[in-house]
Write a protein that binds this ligand. Structure first.
Ligand code: BYC
Length: 476
């Protein structure tokens, strides 16, 4: 295992001390990152003492150290998973050849585009969550938010390292731009749509962690297959941290469902008004939030048929998650994939695309199956409590802004409908202004150790075997 050097200004396991030029370039970027964090991160909590994990190694056992840290003093560093000996290219036209330790010149701009897109999402999410700390439902949740924030900051470092180390001056310029674009900024927004959506309440936050961080899992797994080995190794280690972010989403939404069911049982009613009078989240309201974040996150996979996707697969730049274990044909030169597209007459038709061009859709399909898992679990909770309400994922054609279904009005099941019907029924499908106002009214800070807001059940256990009433964040 490669040790992490914590005595350096930038903790790392890439032997930065022996590459003075790179070290200087990154040390030049470091104060800019900190300035961005102070401005755009959870800056009202700069002096809070937070119980955080910090990476101290890259092997599966004991890679993290837990301790109390003030966030601006967090040791953001550069950590790559250990190399795999004799690793060979796992897909595309160069299948079986040795992986690359440098970026081949002819693929430089394709790599740069993907790395910049990946890097852009990380600070974007911190910006989106910038004010959430003020309305935390508990100190446990507040700590989880901050853990995610600092780790998204570290993921930004991961991409900036690759840009600086392998893309020269262009890479350094891109690294500056990553701090110059901002979520929701009219002039310089973040690259991908979902990362410009505001996250102003914790219901949105948990949905974001469940759906959008899961896109992160799929994209990072695809890049972890890359023939450019330093990128693959960076992404492999990022995935270790990413698991906690999705855990926060899944357990957060599960706890909301649990609390709602408790309230329904207490009052012996299931109508939304009665549930809201008790300060809980009615299930139809939760469904509308799921509809919003799921449909937005589906767009993050790009178009169903994409020449970019075909090129990056053919060139060994971006593979499919678990390429080695999940697929037999790693070249996909002649295979095809069936997709559903609008028929131009208000209906749906099947079309066949060369497999390489359909890679975004292959990934999206796998992602949708992964998203179903949490819903099955929550539906089981609902069923066990004796209710026949079922949470559902909307169709992958619903409310799309990218790809074949972009701006085609459909209902939740994906049936094309008239624009008039679509607009009329939308308040039943997505959170309405009054839904959002209600959710906002629930967002009152609970900051006493062990206490929970009334709209969410406590988690099953605390962090790192600590009790639930541990003071996970010491506020001023
Ligand atoms: N919004 O051929 P197309 C994460 C652009 S999340 C706006 O359809 P392609 C995280 C696309 O960029 C994971 N624009 O798609 C989660 C392209 O623009 P250019 C992030 C979009 O290129 C939570 C054009 O449309 N990582 O880590 O095959 C917290 C045509 O594109 C959108 C990655 O995404 C959209 N939704 O694939 C923190 C991995 N979708 O270049 C972090 C890197 C597409 O022509 N990115 N466009 O100007 C990629 O692999 C690919 O760029 C995409 C799109 C999958 C995004």
């Amino acid at each position: 295992m490669s040790a992490i050097d914590y005595f350096e200004k930038i903790p790392n396991n890439v032997d930065l001390a022996n590459d003075r030029t790179l070290q200087r370039a990154l040390e030049h970027w470091q104060p800019r990152f900190l300035e961005w964090w102070r401005e755009m991160g959870p800056n009202d909590f700069a002096s809070a003492e937070v119980y955080l994990r910090t990476a101290v190694g890259v092997d599966a056992q004991g890679w993290a150290h837990y301790g109390t840290v003030k966030m601006p003093e967090y040791r953001w560093g550069i950590f790559l998973a250990d190399p795999i000996a004799d690793r060979a290219i796992g897909f595309g036209d160069s299948f079986g050849q040795p992986v690359w330790q440098q970026v081949p010149g002819e693929f430089r701009s394709q790599f740069r585009r993907l790395i910049v897109t990946q890097g852009d999402t990380e600070p974007a999410s911190v910006e989106q969550q910038h004010r959430l700390g003020h309305t935390c439902p508990s100190l446990y949740d507040l700590r989880n938010l901050f853990q995610i924030n600092v780790e998204e900051g570290r993921h930004l470092w991961a991409m900036v390292y690759i840009l600086h180390a392998y893309f020269g001056r262009d890479g350094r310029e891109e690294a500056e731009e990553l701090l110059a674009r901002h979520s929701g900024d009219v002039d310089k927004p973040r690259i991908l749509g979902t990362f410009n959506e505001p996250i102003e309440d914790w219901l949105s936050f948990f949905c974001f962690c469940y759906f959008t961080d899961r896109d992160g899992k799929f994209q990072l797994k695809s890049l972890a297959e890359s023939s450019f080995d330093p990128l693959a190794r960076t992404c492999r280690f990022m995935l270790t941290e990413e698991a906690h972010h999705m855990f926060v989403g899944e357990t957060g939404l599960g706890r909301i469902v649990r609390r709602t069911l408790e309230v329904m049982k207490e009052i012996g009613r299931d109508d939304p008004e009665a549930i809201r009078r008790q300060g809980a989240v009615d299930l139809p309201l939760l469904q509308r939030y799921l509809n919003f974040w799921f449909s937005s996150s589906l767009d993050l996979f790009g178009s169903e048929v994409s020449s970019n996707a075909a090129t990056t697969f053919a060139n060994g730049i971006k593979g499919r998650p678990d390429e080695t274990t999940q697929y037999q044909d790693h070249v996909c030169a002649d295979s095809t994939f069936e997709i559903e597209v609008p028929d131009g007459k208000g209906g749906v038709m099947k079309d066949t695309s060369p497999m390489r061009n359909a890679m975004n859709e292959v990934l999206r399909d796998a992602y949708i199956r992964d998203c179903e898992i949490g819903l099955k679990r929550w539906n089981m909770q609902i069923k066990r409590a004796g209710y026949n309400f079922e949470l559902k994922l909307p169709s992958n054609r619903f409310r799309r802004a990218i790809g074949a279904w972009a701006n085609i009005p459909t209902d939740l099941e994906g049936h094309p409908v008239s624009r008039e019907e679509h607009d009329r029924r939308m308040p039943g499908w997505l959170p309405s202004a009054s839904d959002r106002d209600y959710v906002k009214s629930l967002m009152q800070r609970v900051a006493e150790p062990g206490k929970m807001a009334a709209w969410i059940a406590p988690p099953d256990r605390g962090i790192n075997n600590l009790s639930l009433d541990y003071e996970y964040v010491r506020l001023d």
